[in-house]
Design a protein. Structure first.
Length: 322
């Protein structure tokens, strides 16, 4: 279990950062704290520090593969489960991971099983700045959500360019890899759209209900996040429709190319089948075949076969079969 801790004074000034050893310096009355846990199991940590009031089973339950984003209000903190993009070279694959946030005025606990892009970027900005913009851990929660939005928007814009390229490639390249890529985008966009819809509902709930005690984002921050996730949801729907159209176009182009190949093969068969018939007849070697002893028989049959071939090609040309 990897634990990183950032310790702030009551005014939001960064005092120190390190591992779990910093818990010895933490005073809930004088400090703000951000605890970041990278692990599937955090039972030992929360048993050792029960004043956070966090049930480790929340995170284990949230790791179910299809668990949607969720918001809950507890006595000591607010619980927010969200999805973020994973950091990987093939960024356009839209691979997601789950990020769980427990937040109140004085502490923020983030949990994830894989390296978190948003946590790394927000942590780096805080270290460079040396303090929080507001002496409230809800500000860090907002920064994390905003970073998730920024990363998603960047990938969506890159995906738009990639889909535009695929639209041109469909007429030049008909490979199974291209079709597999499109089907992968369709699946990932469907999952992303579902996540965005859940987050829209959560933010709508926070906007319409002022009774939440622990997560202190103001109306402007909540409106920003709501509008951005609504925008992402619309883009995901738009791109999914485009991907489905490209898949249909790919199948149509592939079918057309297959038809052209089959037509060519059929034409070749139609032209050469009579020639095979002629060759088969004169290859039977019966004794009573007058043409076999005719002086010009060989040349006459060759001319006949040439006439048949040319006639077949001429008829196919008239009918525009090629």
């Amino acid at each position: 279990m990897a634990i990183k801790i950032m310790l702030f004074n009551a005014q939001g000034l960064l005092l120190s950062q390190g591992d779990e050893a910093l818990m010895a310096e933490y005073d809930p009355q004088q400090h703000l704290i951000w605890v970041d846990i990278t692990s599937q199991h955090s039972q030992a940590f929360f048993k050792q520090y029960p004043y956070f009031g966090i049930d480790h089973l929340d995170f284990e339950d949230a790791q179910r593969e299809r668990h949607p984003p969720q918001f809950e209000e507890y006595e000591t903190h607010s619980y927010l489960l969200t999805h973020e993009l994973m950091d990987r070279e093939e960024y356009l694959l839209l691979e997601r991971s789950q990020l769980l946030l427990h937040v109140n005025d004085h502490f923020l606990v983030t949990q994830h099983t894989k390296p978190s892009v948003s946590v790394s970027k927000v942590t780096q900005r805080i270290c460079e700045h040396g303090q929080l913009d507001n002496a409230d851990m809800s500000q860090v929660c907002f920064d994390l959500m905003r970073q998730i939005v920024v990363d998603y928007l960047a990938v969506m814009l890159a995906l738009e360019e990639r889909l535009s390229d695929i639209e041109d490639e469909i007429f030049e390249v008909s490979s199974d890899d291209l079709l597999a890529e499109l089907i992968g985008y369709s699946s990932k966009l469907q999952k992303a759209k579902r996540s965005f819809s859940y987050l829209e509902e959560i933010l709508q709930q926070l906007l319409s209900d002022d009774s939440h005690q622990h997560i202190k984002m103001d109306y402007q921050q909540l409106s920003y996040l709501y509008n951005q996730f609504e925008r992402l949801s619309s883009r995901a729907s738009l791109y999914q429709g485009l991907v489905d159209s490209l898949i249909n176009g790919f199948i149509s182009v592939s079918a057309h190319k297959t038809n052209r190949v089959m037509m060519t093969l059929t034409l070749v068969t139609a032209v050469f089948l009579p020639l095979t018939l002629v060759a088969g007849i004169y290859g039977m070697n019966f004794d009573n075949m007058p043409e076999l002893k005719w002086r010009f028989g060989y040349f006459a049959v060759l001319i006949l076969m040439a006439v048949i071939a040319v006639s077949g090609l001429w008829i196919a040309k008239i009918k525009r079969w090629y």
